[in-house]
Design a protein around this ligand. Structure first.
Ligand code: SF4
Ligand code: SF4
Length: 103
């Protein structure tokens, strides 16, 4: 059996890429420690080199598990945020409703 699938293609029948859930890095706070990259095993983050500096970037936001916020606690400076769970639930609810009515 596969240990983990890298990306969930659908979430309760909704195409994952329609659900706006993923982390955002506040670069005013980020100190490029790389902890988020090490912590999340789903390939959401990557290290990129920009102007000779290594920085952590959100490379694959759709790999982020819907409603997971685990990496927020790992960031030593509180630079990571996710969307509102309440608003995301509402978006999913509407998407499911549209799907059920055949839109
Ligand atoms: S919230 Fe969870 S799945 Fe999403 S990037 Fe952070 S650790 Fe990975
Ligand atoms: S854990 Fe926080 S400070 Fe460290 S690279 Fe990630 S976002 Fe930046």
């Amino acid at each position: 059996m596969e240990a983990t699938s890298i990306t969930e293609e659908t979430y309760h029948g909704i195409p994952r890429n329609k659900i706006p859930w993923g982390p955002t890095i506040d670069y005013d706070k980020c100190i490029s420690c790389g902890k988020c990259v090490d912590y999340c095993k789903l390939g959401v983050y990557e290290i990129e080199e920009r102007e000779g500096k290594k920085i952590s970037v959100v490379k694959n936001p759709n790999n982020c598990v819907v409603f997971c916020t685990g990496c927020e606690e790992q960031c030593p400076v509180g630079a990571i945020t996710h969307p509102s769970k309440t608003e995301t639930r509402e978006i999913i609810r509407k998407l499911r409703k549209a799907q059920q009515t055949g839109e």
